[in-house]
Write a protein that binds this ligand. Structure first.
Ligand code: NAD
Length: 436
């Protein structure tokens, strides 16, 4: 995998939010030579100290809040903001108002008012705001984008995209997890999960404005009336079908334990470690038998996120995009199909493969077919996490950036599609998308 080339050899980063994503991005940042994490902001002292130790940050530059960072006059060239969705605006605005360059996790914010506040502040203070649209940075999607930019399939008439969220992922992040209840976390699943996909739609159509959107969706499965016969309220306490259930807490959190930062969050936030791997087994069992969400049946919780949703978008040139989100599938996958005036591209993300078909003016064969295999590990969003940081550094330094780095306007339109799609469901109407 080629990393973006960075010309200046020193780049100082302030990390805001030393949680899971913020720490991961900071580690990826260090893969680019000359980069240093010089300050950390997190109200959680334990996490702040872990980050300080991990990144060798001077204790004088560790703060509980962004205001303190700014008041102390610490020098830095860019910011990684890895706070949770509902903290993004509060922690980013003061930085933008100082003209800083901020890399902000997705979704940028919780609603359209906050979105415009971020955008207007970025423009007013001539700051730079880059959203962590990591899919754009994966070799898979950036190779497809390059073919589109090369004009190989002509103008895009229709984009079909879909995301399937695996059952274990849906349970850990949404039904039982911190995005389980949209009122509490502030984000609907479309923006919390498929924000990346909304972004891909506008990125592939970059420069062409989306003008209207409609959406339908529902919580189809994870509710009491869909509970299978024999299901109890708690997997380890009263469930008769636990050993046959893909949502079993025993299977997912004791045996597999893939989503440890989510499942053991309540324990981790008390401050013993960043990973759940070191928590004693007996403590985990006790915890799953308690009233905590992770030991409870996925059919009997207060989750309200949709597990099925579609989104239809029309762009100003008449082209359209269709997106489908399905949660609870056997594995996580993304498909993309771009129908152009001169050809089509069909891609399957987890297979890391796409096919380009173009018309062939031949009597026997009516089209050509090229199969492109992306030989890349899927770790860190298929290499996207490291590449996005490289581009962020280049953006902050005013260096040339890659085709994955587009304007804040594209990010805005992707977010506007998502927020307006949820309005479309609530108000049962097609919604016009605001013009920037
Ligand atoms: N790009 C992706 O694919 C992807 C994947 C997962 C999560 N995310 C996004 O990343 C963000 C962070 O998620 P996470 O799971 O890493 O969260 P996390 O809870 O692990 O980390 C958030 C950190 O922010 C800290 N914090 C809270 N208030 C703060 C403040 N005022 N100032 C500074 N720090 C503060 C918390 O103490 C915590 O350490 C979310 O917006 C989430 O949607 C993106």
């Amino acid at each position: 995998m080629n990393l973006p080339i960075i010309k200046k050899m020193e780049f100082k980063i302030a990390l805001i939010g030393a949680g899971s994503r913020g720490t991961q991005y900071s580690s990826h940042a260090l893969k680019h030579g000359g980069t240093k994490i010089v300050a950390v902001v997190d109200p959680n002292e334990f996490r702040r100290n872990i980050a300080a130790e991990k990144f060798n940050i001077d204790p004088k530059n560790c703060f509980p809040g962004v205001d303190e960072l700014l008041e102390r006059g610490v020098e830095f060239d860019g910011v990684i903001n890895g706070t949770m969705d509902n903290m993004h605006v509060k922690t980013t605005l003061p930085l933008l108002q100082r003209g800083k360059c901020v890399m902000l996790e997705k979704p940028m914010c919780l609603n359209k008012d906050e979105l415009f506040e971020l955008y207007n502040t970025t423009v007013k203070y001539n700051a730079k705001l880059m959203v962590c649209h990591v899919l754009r940075y994966t070799p898979f999607y950036s190779a497809i984008k390059q073919r589109v930019v090369n004009g190989e399939i002509g103008e895009i008439k229709h984009i079909y995209a879909s995301e399937s969220v695996a059952n274990y992922h849906m349970a850990a992040a949404f039904i039982r997890g911190k995005w389980g209840n949209s009122v509490e976390c502030g984000s609907k699943i479309l923006m919390a999960k498929s924000c990346h996909d909304m972004d891909l739609l506008t990125w592939f159509k970059s420069g062409v404005r989306p003008v209207k959107v409609s959406s339908m969706g529902s919580l189809f499965e994870y509710k009491a009336e869909k509970a299978p016969e024999g299901a109890g309220k708690k997997c380890l306490v009263d469930c008769k079908i636990e050993s046959d259930c893909p949502y079993s807490a025993n299977l997912n959190y004791l045996k597999r334990d893939d989503f440890d930062v989510y499942s053991w969050r309540a324990i981790l936030e008390k401050g013993t470690d960043l990973s759940g791997k070191t928590i004693p087994f007996e403590e985990k069992v006790k915890y799953l038998k308690s009233d905590d969400r992770f030991g409870r049946c996925v059919y009997y919780l207060d989750n309200d996120q949709y597990d099925t949703q579609n989104v239809s978008v029309q762009f100003e040139d008449g082209s359209v995009a269709t997106f489908g989100l399905d949660a609870g599938t056997p594995y996580g996958e993304r498909y993309i199909r771009l129908e152009g005036t001169k050809g089509m591209i069909i891609g399957q993300f987890m297979k890391q493969q796409f096919i380009i078909r173009k018309p062939k003016l031949d009597l026997d064969e009516k089209y050509t077919e090229e199969v492109v295999d992306i030989n890349c590990s899927l770790d860190g969003h298929g290499g996207g996490d490291t590449r996005i940081i490289g581009d962020f550094i280049n953006l902050a330094l005013g260096n040339e950036t890659s085709i994955s780095c587009t304007s804040i306007e594209d990010s805005m339109y992707g977010h506007l599609i998502g927020f307006n799609a949820d309005i479309s469901i609530n108000e049962e109407r097609i919604v016009r998308i605001e013009k920037l």
